[in-house]
Write a protein that binds this ligand. Structure first.
Ligand code: GDP
Ligand code: IMO
Ligand code: MG
Length: 423
C-alpha cells in the first residue's frame, strides 16, 4: 500500500497534522491537495510545537518531498512568512515543491471574504477570513491567478489586468477600497521570484513518484463535513477535503489511490457556524474544551465541542471510502463525568440514520445516544492497546462496531510518540 490519503472525517482539527507527521516518518512524499492557510495543523515532537498552515506536514524530515499541489489556493506572502517562522525555529533543511497550477490568494480575496461575512450578518459562516472562498470562486469563474503566472511578467500583467477589471468593480459596489495595478503587480512578481525555486509542474513529479512506487501521503485539510460538495452546505469551506479531492487536486488518477485513513477525534468539535447536533455546553463542554485545548490554531476561537456523532462519521466514512480510523485526543476523555455516543438522529419525530441535505433540516436533528461507561485513569503514557483501561477499550470497540471500520491508531497525546498502533 504505497499511496494513503489522510482525511479529516469530522469538521476539521481532528489531528491530521499529528497523524501525517507520524506516518510521514515512513513516507517519501507528503502532498497537500486542497485548501490553503485556512488550515492549522499542529505537530509536536522532541518538546517543540509547530503550527503549519499551507506547508505540508512532512517538512520536518529533509528526505521527504513536500508538495503543495494544484488543488490548493496559496497566499504567497503567507507561505513566505510560514517558511520564515520555520527557519526561525531551526527548520532550514527541507524539500518543497509548489504547483505552477495552484491558485493564488490575492489581497482582494481577503477583503471580499470579510465583506461577504459582514453582509451575511447573523447568517455568517464564520470563515477564517483568509480569502479561501473568493479565491476558489475566481478559479471557477476563470479569472483566477495561478502560481506559475507570477513567473512571466507579460502574461501575469494580462491576467492581473483582467482580474482587476472585474474585482475592482465588485469592490467598488461593496464600498471597499480598490487595488491599483502597479503596486500589486510588482508585489506579486516579487513573491514569484522568492518562491521560484520551489515552483514546478507537480503532477509530473507526482506521477513519476507513482511510477517509482514511492510511498505518498496525501494530507487533507479541513474535514468531510466541511466539504463543499458533501458537507453541511453552506456552512462549509470551498474545496473537497474528501479523498475524492485527491485526483483532481494533484493530477494523479484515482486508480492510484490505495487507502484512506479517517482522522477522527474521540468526540466532536466545530469552529465557525452551522448545525452541530451533539453540541454540549456548560461544565461538560468546558472540561473537554480545556483538556483538549480546543481553541483554533488559525483564529484562536474557542471550538464548539460535543459528544462523538457516528451518524456524521458513518456518512463521512462512506463519502471518503475510509478503510480504517485513527482515534485522536483520546486522553482528553479521561475523567469526563458523562460519556455518550450518538448513534442516530431524531428528525421531526422519526429516527433517521443519514445527514439531511439542508442545514434547515439538520438543525432540527436531535441526537439519539447510547451511554458509555467512563474511566478516570490517565492514559497519556499508554503505548499499546492492552494498556488501556477496560472502559476505554470498550469505547473504541463501540466506535468500530458503529462505523463498521477498524481502528488502526489511537492517539493519547499531542506528541509524535503518544501514538498507539493498534495492529
Ligand atoms: P488538524 O487541523 O487536523 O491538524 O488538527 P489541529 O492541529 O488543528 O488540532 C488538533 C490539536 O490537538 C492540536 O493542538 C494537536 O497538538 C492536538 N492533539 C493531536 N492529537 C492529540 C492527542 O491525542 N491528545 C491531545 N491531548 N492533543 C492532541
Ligand atoms: P484544518 O485543516 C476547522 C471552517 C471555518 C468555517 C468554514 C469556512 O485545520 O482542520 P473558510 O475560511 O475555509 O472559508 O471557512 O470552514 N474551517 C475549518 N475548521 N479546521 C480547519 O482546517 C478549517 N478550515 C476552515 O471555521 O466554519
Ligand atoms: Mg486545524
Amino acid at each position: 500500500m504505497s499511496r494513503l490519503v489522510v482525511v479529516g472525517v469530522q469538521w476539521g482539527d481532528e489531528g491530521k497534522g499529528k497523524m501525517t507527521d507520524y506516518l510521514a516518518q515512513n513516507s517519501d512524499v507528503v502532498v497537500r491537495y486542497q485548501g490553503g492557510n485556512n488550515a492549522g495543523h499542529t505537530i509536536t515532537f522532541k518538546g517543540q510545537k509547530y503550527a503549519l498552515q499551507s506547508i505540508p506536514s512532512g517538512i520536518f524530515n529533509p528526505t521527504i518531498k513536500n508538495v503543495m499541489a494544484n488543488g490548493m489556493v496559496i497566499n504567497p506572502k503567507a507561505v513566505l512568512e510560514e517558511l520564515r517562522r520555520l527557519n526561525d525555529m531551526g527548520i532550514t533543511d527541507y524539500r518543497l515543491f509548489i504547483s505552477d497550477r495552484a491558485s493564488v490568494v490575492m489581497p482582494y480575496h481577503l477583503a471580499l471574504d470579510g465583506a461577504y461575512e459582514g453582509i451575511k450578518g447573523s447568517n455568517m459562516i464564520g470563515t477564517t477570513k483568509k480569502g479561501i472562498g473568493p479565491a476558489y470562486a475566481d478559479k471557477y469563474n476563470r479569472i483566477g491567478i495561478r502560481i506559475g503566472d507570477l513567473l512571466d511578467r507579460d502574461y501575469f500583467a494580462l491576467r492581473l489586468r483582467e482580474a482587476l477589471t472585474v474585482k475592482n468593480m465588485e469592490l467598488r459596489m461593496l464600498g471597499l477600497d480598490t487595488f491599483d495595478f502597479e503596486p500589486l503587480f510588482e508585489e506579486f512578481i516579487g513573491y514569484g521570484q522568492s518562491l521560484s525555486s520551489y515552483i514546478c509542474d507537480t503532477s509530473v513529479l507526482l506521477n513519476d513518484e507513482v511510477k517509482n512506487d514511492s510511498k505518498i501521503l496525501f494530507e487533507g485539510a479541513q474535514g468531510v463535513m466541511l466539504c463543499v460538495e458533501h458537507g453541511t452546505y453552506p456552512f462549509v469551506t470551498s474545496s473537497s477535503p474528501a479523498s475524492v479531492g485527491v485526483p483532481i487536486g494533484t493530477g494523479i488518477p484515482p486508480k492510484y489511490i490505495d487507502r484512506a485513513l479517517g482522522i477522527c477525534k474521540a468526540y466532536n468539535t466545530r469552529v465557525g457556524a452551522g448545525a452541530f447536533p451533539t453540541e454540549l455546553d456548560g461544565d461538560l463542554a468546558d472540561y473537554i474544551r480545556n483538556r483538549g485545548r480546543e481553541f483554533g490554531t488559525v483564529t484562536g476561537r474557542p471550538r464548539r465541542v460535543g459528544f462523538l456523532d457516528t451518524v456524521a462519521l458513518r456518512y463521512a466514512c462512506h463519502i471518503s471510502g475510509i478503510d480504517s480510523l485513527a482515534i485522536m485526543l483520546f486522553d482528553v476523555l479521561s475523567g469526563v463525568g458523562e460519556l455518550k455516543i450518538c448513534t442516530h438522529y431524531e428528525l421531526d419525530g422519526k429516527r433517521i440514520d443519514f445527514v439531511p441535505s439542508t442545514v434547515n433540516a439538520y438543525s432540527r436533528c436531535k441526537p439519539i445516544y447510547t451511554d458509555m461507561p467512563v474511566w478516570t485513569e490517565d492514559i497519556s503514557s499508554c503505548r499499546t492497546f492492552d494498556e488501556l483501561p477496560a472502559n476505554a477499550k470498550a469505547y473504541l470497540k463501540k466506535i468500530e462496531e458503529l462505523t463498521a471500520t477498524p481502528i488502526d491508531y489511537v492517539s493519547v497525546g499531542p506528541d509524535r510518540v503518544q501514538t498507539i498502533a493498534v495492529k
